[in-house]
Design a protein. Structure first.
Length: 194
């Protein structure tokens, strides 16, 4: 079999899956509020509650279990980007400063930078509370770039910058994430190491 033909055959399932993602994502995305509709942003979690889960994983550092993560999309399939809901259920308590430092460290280690990075971290520091065992922090990113955070279904706020959401989600979902096995489980990628 020639390489071009093999390449086409390998891409066929991906294009069908991508088309399925687009078809199932568009109606759900139209129901979500736009970035400039701040009043509707708080209710965003209600519009994503019925989305099916794509995958889940447990983040461990050495022998400490930190949180369980679940990824939800309108189609229940990872389409490579928003809209999605990332849910983190904490297995340990953590102070706001520790959580924000972990975000900064992850961005630094992944080589992710942005001119507004310091401002974003300051905003996270002001909207995120300390977390306790069992707390559920939800991050939602729409295809239009609107994002927000909820703790135990209560709206915390968001960073009003369309560049923030994708970079925040990249900590877990980018192909070059620091946790490729966790990413594989979140996006339900089969055939990847555990």
């Amino acid at each position: 079999m020639t390489k071009p033909l093999l390449s086409i055959l390998l891409l066929l399932p991906l294009s069908v899956s991508a088309e399925q993602c687009r078809e199932q994502t568009l109606p759900a995305e139209k129901a979500l509020p736009t970035q400039d509709n701040a009043a509707a942003q708080e209710d965003l979690i209600l519009l994503t509650t019925g989305w099916p889960m794509v995958g889940e994983t447990r983040l461990k550092v050495m022998f400490w279990e930190l949180y369980d993560a679940q990824l939800f999309t309108p189609s229940g399939t990872w389409c490579g980007g928003p809209p999605y809901q990332l849910s983190l259920t904490y297995l340990r308590q953590g102070r706001t400063e520790q959580l924000v430092k972990r975000v900064a460290d992850a961005w630094r280690r992944q080589g992710l930078d942005h001119p507004n990075r310091a401002d974003w971290l300051a905003q996270l520091n002001s909207i995120w509370p300390d977390v306790s065992v069992g707390d559920n922090l939800v991050f939602i990113l729409t295809a239009t770039g609107m994002s927000g955070f909820w703790l135990n279904e209560n709206f915390l706020g968001g960073v009003n910058d369309q560049d923030f959401g994708p970079m925040f989600g990249d900590i877990w979902l980018a192909p070059d994430t620091l946790g490729p096995n966790n990413r594989a489980r979140l996006i339900n990628q089969t055939g990847y190491g555990t």
